[in-house]
Design a protein around this ligand. Sequence first.
Ligand code: ADQ
Length: 467
Amino acid sequence: MSRLVVVSNRVADPRKTAAGGLAVALGEVLNNSGGLWFGWSGKLAEGDAQPQLHVHHAGPVTLATVDLNKEDYDSFYVGYSNGVLWPVFHYRLDLADFDAGYIEGYRRVNQMFAKTLLPMLQPDDIIWVHDYHLIPLAAELRALGCTQRIGYFLHIPLPPPLILAAIPGHDWLMKGLCSYDVVGFQSQADHEHFCRYIQSEAHAQSAGEGRWRVFNRTIHAGAYPIGLDVQEFRSVTEAPEAREMYERMKREYSRRKLLVGVDRLDYSKGLPQRMRAFRELLARYPETRQSATLIQIASPSREDVSAYTDILHELESLCGSINGNYGELDWMPVRYMHRTVARARLPGLYRASRVALVTPLRDGMNLVAKEFLAAQDPEDPGVLVLSRFAGAAEQLKEALLVNPYDTEGTAHAIHLALQMPLEERRERHEALFKTLQRTDVHWWCDSFLHTLGQAEAEESGTPWLRL
Ligand code: ADQ
């Protein structure tokens, strides 16, 4: 049996439940065959020191990490990954900083990752690379002689070809993507954007069954929507910490319906738009005043990127003005917290809420939507208000789908959600929960790795690309 090697920007110890569903799922696959997980340690190296490799063993899984020096952190992580690729892939060309020369650092760190990883590889390893930080990694590994099968999964959206084409060096980047044997996307829409790009910019020819001939080699591309570890999430929901949180929230808000939003504080999550829709709800439907409270939790994220401080100030000012204009001595419409909630308590908060507002302007998938559904009591479930621009909307059709740019339309949907009769809530939840179970994180892992396992090995005839 081949050994699995997972490469991602950050590495998590799969034995720690705090690591979350993805780490747990990948950890489980790694545990089964014994595996290696490689990535950045999250730490900065002192001065100009050469990158240090740290190796730890977590049961049968080897965790190998390297530090970044300050210059690489600034250009690879803050600069190119989060200041160019993140905004462009979320359709925000206006926020991308193309001119700062970050691409050199991006390339350098991918080369350093390839050089550090290569000596740890075994001949029949299967390598699975994750996310936008590491697009050129396969090409860099190939350049060093790596012939193992390499798959790639993009956790964020892939925009349409014309948006991609605005990135200086997009051809280099996308050629890098075509150096993998299997490329996976969150949604059919993202997959379609990729197919259109390689056809129009690289003259790709379909080879049937998701395969393409491009740059003189064969690759496989498809949509593999990421799922939740539903069973694990249900057991966290049943555990004492989540139950205690549920009881507390129910007691505290016994006279009111709770709405909940849980996000990283990121401009892609549509937080100001959500607050405007909530304000519109209070203005248009006076009966919701006093009776509805929105708890918005936004965890601090990438605070060294300036667009993130702007969004923080905008959100604080909107919450302040809603509370100032509508609040009463005994009722605050919005409770906003700029922090992370412990994973063990989060399901209790979801379960105590009648409505979840998951309204990103653009999102690869959005796991909060799935977590909210998984935490509900099927006999008295809450309602999911979901942006049509989240990858999850392709699967979760029975949610109330909204356009987050349409303030009035979103306010109307929130009102419907608050008033939805029990029977309709149950029916919608039942259908959604079935989808969650059918396409859970194990299904996601298995289907991607099955395709990668079937892909032809490099040695058997698929030449590699040089960037
Ligand atoms: P993210 O953009 O981080 O992930 P998401 O899918 O919503 O977005 O996952 C966030 C995770 O962090 C969830 O497990 C959630 O519970 C947790 N979380 C968020 N805010 C929190 C808070 N304030 N307190 C505690 N926990 C919080 C990227 C892509 C997504 C894609 C995922 C997985 O941007 O589109 O779904 O990867 O592929």
